[in-house]
Design a protein around this ligand. Sequence first.
Ligand SMILES: NC(=O)c1ccc[n+]([C@@H]2O[C@H](COP(=O)([O-])OP(=O)(O)OC[C@H]3O[C@@H](n4cnc5c(N)ncnc54)[C@H](OP(=O)(O)O)[C@@H]3O)[C@@H](O)[C@H]2O)c1
Length: 288
Amino acid sequence: MLTETYTLSNGVKVPKIGYGTWMIPDDQAAKAVKEAIQLGYRHIDTAQAYENEAGVGQGMRESGVAREELFLTTKLAAEIKDYPGAVQAIETSLKTLDLEYIDLMIIHSPKPWAEFQNEEDHYFEGNLAAWKALTEAYAAGKIRAIGVSNFEQVDLENLLENAQTPPMVNQILAHIGQMPTEVIDYSQAHDILVEAYSPIAHGEMMKHPEIAKMAEKYAVSIPQLAIRFLLQLDLLPLPKASSKAHMENNAAVDFTISDEDMTALKAIKSLDYGSNSEIPVFKKVSKK
Ligand SMILES: NC(=O)c1ccc[n+]([C@@H]2O[C@H](COP(=O)([O-])OP(=O)(O)OC[C@H]3O[C@@H](n4cnc5c(N)ncnc54)[C@H](OP(=O)(O)O)[C@@H]3O)[C@@H](O)[C@H]2O)c1
């Protein structure tokens, strides 16, 4: 599964499971990334906001696997909504990662995190300015594909209607118990690959009895069920794991969930984020 790929609208191939690195401190990121690569992961997801790009880039360089066999995503910080700021931030990412190119760079959020719950201002102009910088870096060969994250349909429409290069990816919160079907359908209908972040609900899914029961039925772990569920919907899961055992477990998803059980899993709505409910991306959903 780690070597299977999706193909983006511009023809670039992306490994179907990505290794998430949010909350892995910079001084531990190189080791974690090297371990993941040694276990067969070929797709690594970081962000300027994670403050671990240096460690992630180091892990990739020291992995012993050729650069062209690896796929690296980073994210333009959510607060950068101006053209010169975005141009500079892209250059800073390239320098910090110490890589010649980035495979995928995405706008982390349509709104700065402090404004994430604000339904009124969508920063349409700011996102077009940031997009212009990404588009130019893409044209210059510094980035192989460009996209967005946490974009709702109106945010996607803003780019599709006003920019020449359409986004190739939309990375959103999607997991059993939290399936934003409208934006998924809209993205997929516009040839935008949907990446599913927090596939294990940031760990909270481990406490869900109904999901645990279904995992038991397939003799798999809850994360394996959660990852397989997303793959069967043509989404790209981005599980994060600190331990090697978890990394290995999350990649062993070569089983099939029946149509009937997929329907049952899609119907699960009751999942809350517990002590993580105040983190902007989880707070928005928790409040609905
Ligand atoms: N674009 C965005 O705004 C955004 C937002 C959030 C996340 N993301 C991306 O999505 C990635 C994943 O999301 P996430 O970090 O929120 O969490 P997640 O992948 O949903 O869950 C991670 C948690 O699950 C545990 N876990 C993982 N595999 C396990 C296994 N096989 N068995 C038992 N426990 C397991 C991890 O424990 P251990 O660490 O102890 O292994 C950790 O506590 C991030 O790292 C990031 O790359 C993007």
